[in-house]
Design a protein around this ligand. Structure first.
Ligand code: PLP
Length: 363
């Protein structure tokens, strides 16, 4: 190594920064980051305008935590707020895991997991999803060893959109030692319409080792302000508070989240419309011959196999920016006006996939 270089941690040098969904050209739809297409509520804009920018925010996010505690029937101590739920996940990873420790999660899942684990110096144990793109929870439980400190379950799973059922989750929790923290990442929970799907808010207080993660980024449309939260045992939330970067949840985000809770019914109506549109798009894709798993979040997974890059470029050519992730494309449900373009592009891709030898899965 050259003497003019400072010494960096090997796990950091060997990692790449988080890769974001691509931006879109002016005439294209950005369906690459699972964002909410709706404009912020006027009440949110008004609340942000009142924020005193020369002052630090309340580092404990007290008012927001009080509102969330009231909303979910838990104590304020059982709520932790972070600059996005990904920040809270990072805090929980730092609080539980370091060099020599293992973190178990399904793969393919949220792109940020491997990097967060690597930065903590811990080891990722990735358990492949089933052939139908669902978490393999018995295999996830079987991958837990005495080195495991944390298990992440993502439902609905980003990017495949599949949901874990209540029964699958109960069996998983019964198999996991209570010394291992289970994080149920429910960033897309509000888009779920299947009554069989797990709902972490029903399980708070039921397991001593469960933390659920929720966010204001998706259903509540506040992705740009960065605010998410966890609910779990108070001593675990206290540990997350120790590892948090102080004062990173800005006042505007705290105010906007509170106003969003004040106007939750209106925001959840938007979510219901997006979920309905998602189901319509999914049915249209099935009719085209796609073997896309039933989506439960605000996005759809197109299993394009080794032709993923080409398929992504074809969508871009139609004005649809999607997210290419290894063996498939993830497309967010966005503006209604994007649907026609998306379906036209998807038809072109599926017709071509039929004629080419590939690992794409079609009906
Ligand atoms: C599964 C999952 N968890 C967490 C996040 C992070 O969301 P945020 O940090 O904006 O709350 C995302 C964002 O895409 C996600 O897909």
């Amino acid at each position: 190594m050259s003497a003019s270089r400072v010494r960096l941690r090997a796990e950091v040098e060997n990692s790449v920064p988080y890769r974001q969904g691509k931006p879109a050209a002016a005439d294209a739809f950005k369906l690459s980051s699972n964002e909410n297409p709706y404009e912020p509520l006027p009440a949110v804009i008004a609340a942000i305008a009142e924020s005193p920018i020369n002052r630090y925010p309340d580092g404990a996010a007290t008012k927001l935590r009080e509102r969330l505690a009231e909303r979910w029937g838990v104590t304020v101590g059982e709520v932790q707020v972070g600059a996005g739920s990904v920040s809270v996940l990072s805090q929980l990873i730092s609080a539980t895991s370091g060099p020599g420790d293992e973190i178990v999660y399904a793969w393919r899942s949220f792109e940020a997991y491997p990097g967060l684990v690597a930065v903590a110096g811990a080891t990722s144990v990735q358990v492949p999803n089933t052939a139908d793109h669902r978490h393999d929870l018995p295999a996830l439980a079987a991958a837990i060893t005495e080195r495991t400190r944390l298990a992440i379950v993502c439902s609905p799973n980003n990017p495949t959109g599949t949901a874990v059922t209540k029964a699958e989750f109960a069996a998983f929790m019964a198999a996991v030692p209570t010394s291992v923290l289970v994080v149920l990442d429910e960033a897309y929970a509000e888009f779920v319409t299947d009554a069989e799907a797990v709902d972490g808010t029903e399980l708070v207080h039921q397991y001593p080792n469960l933390v659920i993660l929720r966010t204001f980024s998706k259903a509540y449309g506040l992705a740009g302000l960065r605010v998410g939260y966890a609910i779990g045992p108070e001593y675990v939330m206290d540990a997350a508070r120790v590892t948090a970067i102080p004062l990173s949840v800005i006042d505007q985000a705290q105010r906007a989240a509170i106003v969003s809770l004040d106007n939750e019914a209106q925001l959840l109506e938007r979510v219901a419309r997006l979920s309905q549109l998602r189901d319509e798009v999914w049915r249209a894709l099935q009719a085209q011959g796609w073997d896309a798993p039933r989506p439960h979040g605000n996005f759809i997974w197109l299993p394009t196999g080794d032709l993923t890059d080409w398929a992504g470029e074809t969508l871009t050519g139609h004005g649809i920016v999607s997210r290419a992730l290894g063996e498939g494309l993830r497309v967010s449900i966005g503006e209604e006006a994007s649907v026609e373009k998306l379906l036209k592009a998807a038809q072109e891709v599926v017709s071509e996939l039929r004629t080419r030898p590939s690992t794409a899965t079609l009906d």
